[in-house]
Design a binder for this molecule. Structure first.
Ligand code: AMP
Ligand code: ZN
Length: 110
């Protein structure tokens, strides 16, 4: 089982900030910004494209949950990221949407 499937199964702890039938959101263990939350499907999909192909409604829910969390925190802006593939920085191969907020972000990203 992958690390995020273990979090869904409560085999390893996480700082959960939102949960629904299909989606879980928790604080990133190594935050890169004052708000750094990961929003994941509860079922295992390797990346965003696999999730889009198999469960588009759940993919859409990740974005609505992200916006809800940003509004609760009164973020004036936020960045959403799906890293896909090692060269883009993906290290956990269970689809996850990063919500980053609470500080300015450069563009283009590094
Ligand atoms: P990525 O590099 O895009 O695959 O993102 C994986 C993210 O998962 C990284 O930002 C890690 O800090 C985070 N992460 C890894 N293990 C855990 C964990 N057990 N709990 C919370 N976040 C984690
Ligand atoms: Zn998984």
């Amino acid at each position: 089982m992958c690390v995020f499937c273990k979090i869904v199964a409560k085999e390893i702890p996480a700082d959960v900030v939102f949960e629904s039938i299909d989606v879980l959101a928790f604080n990133d263990i190594n935050p890169e910004a004052p708000t750094h939350v990961l929003v994941i499907p509860k079922w295992h999909y390797e990346n965003a494209a696999d999730l889009a192909a198999s469960a588009p409604t759940t993919l859409a829910e990740l974005f609505t949950v992200a916006d809800q969390i940003a509004k609760e925190r009164e973020l004036d802006g936020y960045r959403l990221t799906f890293n896909t593939g090692e060269s883009a920085g993906q290290s956990v191969f269970h689809a996850h949407l990063h919500i980053l907020g609470g500080r300015p972000f450069a563009w283009p990203p590094g």
